[in-house]
Design a protein around this ligand. Structure first.
Ligand code: SAM
Ligand code: FES
Length: 344
């Protein structure tokens, strides 16, 4: 069967077919249409909202690509207090959010006890909501404790599944093995797990991306987050080019076809790369958006990459703006928690 024919089904593709798809534009439209059909089969026109609370930009790590890396002395650091975090959730709940994503650098000043307290208080105040954590690599016991406190989901991009590439993106103190260990622990514990990678990160090859896809097939995540790499002026990667829009969109479609039930966000990085990036992402198979619920006073400080969008608006403005964008392309915001559909 031709690649185009295969794309009409929910497909697996060989490495050679994947390489062809990722390196040429030939199948762009067919790919997009097929991905949208699969997305509509499982999720209709629904787009799920995740309220992102960037609660700390302190980080002990030094990923070469990241604007909040420990060695970036120009980064103005902040931490939200527990009360500030609860305030973001209250505001988000009033705006209709039913998932809160607590994201931050790897900041050990929030102890496991603190994280558990924050999670359980949010769940007690908003029992109809899901809590997602995205706070990096921790021990299995910590992950168990957060889950027992009520955390439902965990986002941890693997960043790259290729050992050599991983070392080109991270200092020697970090390891791909530990990142993978975390992801499999999280799955075993029972979280809905999200992983993913940047598109166009320095030194990435098509072969790296194929390895990323194979890794995702072995992990079977519920959520897959991909977005373009965007350089940050105060990092070692400041002179590298940004990821490519078309490749990111094609990859969203390929992932939708290979993981029909996955929750795939149209990321802020995609919206930063192109003014209609998130709408394009949704049309190519994505079904999640993550408006910012962080206090406006801290948003600019969570600068993972240059020119990050949505840093000046209030939460309500951010949500309204995204809702307009979603409606303009014929989709609608879903009001439930938006749990992953069971993988089969
Ligand atoms: N510390 C947690 C972790 O490592 O999973 C969560 C925060 S981390 C900043 C969130 C994600 O931002 C990373 O997984 C990475 O893929 C993305 N990111 C960091 N720097 C980026 C850049 N320059 N361009 C695009 N995405 C970036
Ligand atoms: Fe903080 Fe990478 S710089 S996790």
């Amino acid at each position: 069967m031709s690649i185009a024919g295969k794309l009409k089904t929910e497909c697996d593709l060989s490495d050679i077919e994947l390489k062809e798809l990722l390196e040429t534009d030939i199948y762009d439209d067919k790919l997009k249409i097929s991905a949208d059909k699969v997305r509509q089969k499982f999720y209709g026109k629904d787009v799920y909202l995740r309220g992102l609370i960037e609660f700390t930009n302190f980080c002990k790590n030094n990923c070469f690509y990241c604007g909040i890396r420990a060695d970036n002395k120009k980064c103005e650091r902040y931490r939200l207090s527990k009360e500030e975090i609860y305030g973001c959730c209250r505001e988000g709940h009033e705006l209709g959010f039913r998932t809160f994503v607590l994201q931050g650098g790897e900041d050990l000043s929030y102890s496991d006890k603190d994280i558990c307290e924050i999670v359980s208080n949010i769940k007690a105040a908003h029992p109809d909501c899901a809590v997602t954590l995205s706070i990096g690599e921790r021990s299995k016991q910590s992950y168990i404790d957060y889950f027992s406190a009520g955390a439902d989901r965990y986002l941890l991009r693997h960043e790259t599944a290729n050992e050599v590439h991983y070392k080109q993106l991270h200092p020697g103190s970090m390891s791909l093995d530990n990142r993978k260990r975390c992801l499999f622990d999280l799955k075993e514990i029972g979280y809905q797990v999200g992983s993913g990678f940047m598109v166009g990160s320095p030194f990435q090859t098509t072969e790296c991306i194929i390895e990323d896809i194979r890794f995702l097939q072995s992990l079977k995540p519920d959520m897959i987050g991909i977005g373009p790499f965007i350089s940050h002026k105060d990092t070692p990667f400041k002179n590298f080019e940004n990821g490519n829009l078309n490749l990111t969109l094609r990859l969203i479609s390929v992932l939708r076809l290979m993981f029909p039930k996955a929750l795939i966000p149209a990321t802020t990085a995609l919206g930063t790369l192109h003014p209609q990036g998130r709408e394009l992402g949704l049309l190519c198979g994505a079904n999640v958006v993550m408006p910012n619920l962080s206090p406006v006073s801290t948003r600019k400080k969570y600068e993972l990459y240059d020119n990050k969008i949505c840093t000046g608006e209030e939460s309500a403005q951010c949500k309204d703006c995204l809702e307009r964008k979603i409606n303009s392309i014929g989709y609608k915001i879903a009001t439930d928690r938006g749990d992953a559909k069971t993988l089969s």
